[in-house]
Design a protein around this ligand. Structure first.
Ligand code: KG4
Ligand code: ZN
Length: 359
C-alpha cells in the first residue's frame, strides 16, 4: 500500500487541534505537524469545560489552526489523500464545528471525507507511534473516558469494562476542586501527592476485588469530600491517599481484563497493554501498571503524553487507517454525542467529556 497523507481535525472537547500525518497501516507513521490550541484559560474560571464556550472558541480558531498544520507539514490541501475529523463522541457543539469544517474542505477540494470515532483515534495511537499489531488490550483513562477494551481491528472492539459513574480523570478533577485546586486537577493532585503519606487516610477502593472490569469512582469522591468537610485535612496526604486508591482500582480492574483478554486470545504468545488518555501521564498510575505488566508478562506501551491527551494526529492516523481500507464517509454523515466503540456498551460510557459543572 502506498503511503497516505491525511489532515486530521479534533474539536470534541476543549482542545482545538489539526494535524497532518503520513504513513500506512499498521504504522508507525510520521507526524508532519500537530497543532493543539488548548482552551484551558477560557474554562478555568468555571472549574470545568463549558460546552457553549468550547464551541465558540473552536469556531474562532479552527481555520487558522488548519492552515498552520498544513503549512508546518510543508504540504498543501491538493496533495492530501483524505480529510478526517472527529465525529463523536463528545460535546456536540464542538464536534459539529470540526466535522462541518471537514465536510466543507472535502466538498471544495474533492478529497475523501472520513468521520472518526474519537475513542478509536485514542485506541490506534499506539499504531501511529509504534506500529503495534492487532489485537491488543487498551486501557483508556481520561477526563471523559474510562474503559478497558480489546482492540481487534479497525472498527472491531470488545468491551471488558467501563465506568458506571465518573471517568477517572473526572474523579481527579472533582477531588482537586473540593481541595480548592485549579482545573485540570489531575496534575495538581499528582504534584501534591509527592510529599504526602498515602496511608494517612483510608479511602474506599470501589469495585476492587470484584469480578469483571467495570470502574466506579463516585464513592471515592464522596469519601474525599467528607474528609475535606469534617476536618482540616493534610492536603498532601489526602492527595496521596486518593491517588493510591485510584491506582489500586485501575490495577485491579486491568488485571481482570487481562485474564479475559488472555482467555479470548489463547493462541496469542505476546500480549500487549496500551494505555491512552490524559491520566496515563500520571507517574503513580504508570508505575502501578508497569508492575502489573511485569507480573502478568505483558508488554506495556504508553504513548508520549502529547499523544495520550486529546490531539489531531491521532484523528488523522485513524482516518488514514480507515481510508486505506476504503472506509470513506459521505457529506451526510452526522455528528454523534454518544458513539460507543462496542455496541454491547449500551451507552454507559459518559457521553460528554469532562464537565465538572454538571455534577
Ligand atoms: O485525554 P485528556 O486530555 O482529555 C479528555 O479526553 O478528557 O485527559 C484530561 C484528563 C483530565 O481529567 C486531567 O485531570 C487528567 O486527564 N490528567 C491527569 C494527569 N494529567 C492529566 N490525571 C492524573 N494525573 C496526571 N498527571
Ligand atoms: Zn480524548
Amino acid at each position: 500500500m502506498r503511503d497516505w497523507t491525511v489532515l486530521g481535525i479534533e474539536t470534541s472537547c476543549d482542545e482545538t487541534a489539526a494535524a497532518v500525518v503520513r504513513g500506512s497501516a499498521p504504522g508507525p507513521g510520521v507526524i508532519l505537524s500537530n497543532i493543539i490550541f488548548s482552551q484551558l484559560e477560557a474554562h478555568r474560571p468555571f472549574g470545568g469545560v463549558v460546552p457553549e464556550i468550547a464551541a465558540r472558541a473552536h469556531v474562532e480558531r479552527l481555520d487558522e489552526i488548519i492552515e498552520t498544520a498544513i503549512g508546518e507539514a510543508g504540504t498543501e490541501i491538493a496533495s492530501l489523500d483524505a480529510i478526517a475529523a472527529t465525529a463523536g463522541p463528545g460535546l456536540i457543539g464542538g464536534v459539529m464545528v470540526g466535522l462541518t469544517t471537514a465536510k466543507a474542505l472535502a466538498l471544495a477540494t474533492g478529497k475523501p471525507l472520513i468521520a472518526v470515532n474519537h475513542l478509536e483515534a485514542h485506541a490506534l495511537t499506539a499504531r501511529l507511534t509504534r506500529g503495534v499489531a492487532f489485537p491488543f488490550l487498551l486501557l483508556l483513562i481520561s477526563g471523559g473516558h474510562c474503559q478497558l477494551l480489546a482492540v481487534e481491528g479497525i472498527g472491531a472492539f470488545r468491551l471488558y469494562g467501563t465506568t458506571i459513574d465518573d471517568a477517572v480523570g473526572e474523579a481527579f478533577d472533582k477531588v482537586a476542586k473540593l481541595m480548592g485546586l485549579p482545573y485540570p486537577g489531575g496534575p495538581r493532585i499528582e504534584e501534591l501527592a509527592r510529599n504526602g503519606r498515602a496511608s494517612r487516610y483510608a479511602l474506599p477502593k470501589p469495585m476492587a476485588g470484584r469480578s469483571g472490569a467495570d470502574f466506579s469512582f463516585s464513592g471515592l469522591k464522596t469519601a474525599a469530600r467528607q474528609i475535606v468537610r469534617s476536618e482540616h485535612p493534610n492536603r498532601a496526604a489526602l492527595a496521596a491517599s486518593f491517588q493510591e486508591a485510584v491506582v489500586t482500582c485501575l490495577v485491579d480492574r486491568t488485571s481482570n481484563a487481562i485474564a479475559a483478554f488472555r482467555a479470548d486470545h489463547a493462541d496469542l504468545d505476546n500480549l500487549t497493554l496500551v494505555v491512552a488518555g490524559g491520566v496515563a501521564a500520571n507517574l503513580a498510575v504508570r508505575e502501578g501498571l508497569t508492575r502489573l505488566c511485569a507480573r502478568e508478562d505483558l508488554r506495556l506501551i504508553v504513548p508520549p503524553p502529547r499523544l495520550c491527551t486529546d490531539n489531531a494526529a491521532m484523528v488523522a492516523w485513524a482516518g488514514l487507517e480507515r481510508g486505506q481500507l476504503g472506509l470513506l464517509d459521505s457529506a451526510g454523515v452526522a455528528p454523534r454525542a454518544r458513539w460507543p466503540l462496542d455496541a454491547r456498551d449500551g451507552g454507559r460510557n459518559p457521553a460528554a467529556p469532562n464537565s465538572s459543572l454538571t455534577s
